[in-house]
Design a protein around this ligand. Structure first.
Ligand code: APR
Length: 252
């Protein structure tokens, strides 16, 4: 059973890195981007999540981010976030790389979190590039920097580079781990998805947790099917004597 193997890899690992995507926050009520109910079904990323979109209509972009902030503000971390926070306490070296900007991993207690796509709770000045946290909901729109210039969400938009220091740390954590957990991501947005190949090439055991098959399921050493809020706690639980009640996972 690949679940049993995955458990033993985790129990014996001295270094674990996790890469999470929007799927880990789905059970907290936060919409994913793709799939039947994804945000990109209702909105066009080119209108809301690119530098050109912001230059063209900053008010519209800020209204959308303020709406997402109001959704996230009322959301609570779920058992999937909690399981990763628990895992961090059990293993000597743990790095959580997240594509999510919602901050739920930190609210669940995770400490070593690399936000490779930035944070929806941070703003950055479009002129002096100063960056600051602003947790207010709703925001006073459009927000300005102390220097008087427009502020933008401190998130990574399509066509933008990732924060260099964070990206370097994510690359290092991907090549130096025994186990690489991939949770709740469609694994089609690069360079983030490239971390999975990096980990595999460096010899890590890749364990995927997703409700459906993805672009990397066939390359995972173990692909577990089910919601992260159920699978991750199960993965960390010492195996019950009877057969696990998880849906049969996809064998390699
Ligand atoms: N548990 C586990 N996985 C889930 C769950 C769940 N409860 N619900 C959905 N999923 C899976 C979906 O099957 C899908 O594979 O989560 C994944 C979500 O994929 P996307 O919506 O594409 O989100 P993500 O992979 O994080 O997108 C990457 O794209 O739009 C950009 O910057 C944005 O960071 C985002 C990036």
């Amino acid at each position: 059973m690949c679940l049993d193997k995955a458990r033993s890899w985790i129990e014996t690992a001295s270094s674990i890195t996790a890469l999470t995507g929007a799927g880990i926050s789905a059970e907290s009520g936060i919409p994913t981007f793709r799939g039947a109910t994804g945000l990109w079904k209702q909105f066009r990323p080119e209108d809301l999540a690119t530098p050109r979109a912001f230059a063209r209509n900053p008010e519209l972009v800020w209204q959308w981010y303020d709406w997402r902030r109001s959704l996230i503000h009322t959301a609570q971390p779920n058992a999937g976030h909690g399981a990763l926070s628990e895992l961090e306490t059990r293993v000597p070296r743990f790095t959580l790389i997240t594509q999510n900007v919602d901050g739920l991993h930190q609210r669940a207690g995770s400490r070593n979190v690399l936000e490779i796509h930035g944070s929806i709770w941070k703003l950055r000045c479009t002129k002096c590039r100063r960056q600051w946290h602003d947790m207010s909901v709703p925001l006073e729109l459009p927000p300005h920097c102390q220097c008087g210039a427009f502020a933008r969400p401190a998130v990574v938009w399509f066509g933008e580079g990732l924060p260099e220091d964070v990206w370097a740390a994510a690359g290092q954590a991907s090549t130096e781990c025994d186990v690489f957990l991939v949770v709740g991501t469609s694994a089609i947005v690069y360079p983030a998805a490239g971390l999975i190949d990096l980990a595999r090439a460096a010899g890590a055991k890749v364990i995927e947790v997703n409700v459906e098959r993805t672009a990397i399921s066939a390359y995972a050493d173990c692909a577990l099917t089910g919601p992260a809020g159920e699978v991750l706690p199960e993965l960390l639980r010492t195996p019950p004597s009877s057969a696990s009640r998880l849906a049969p996972e996809i064998e390699r």
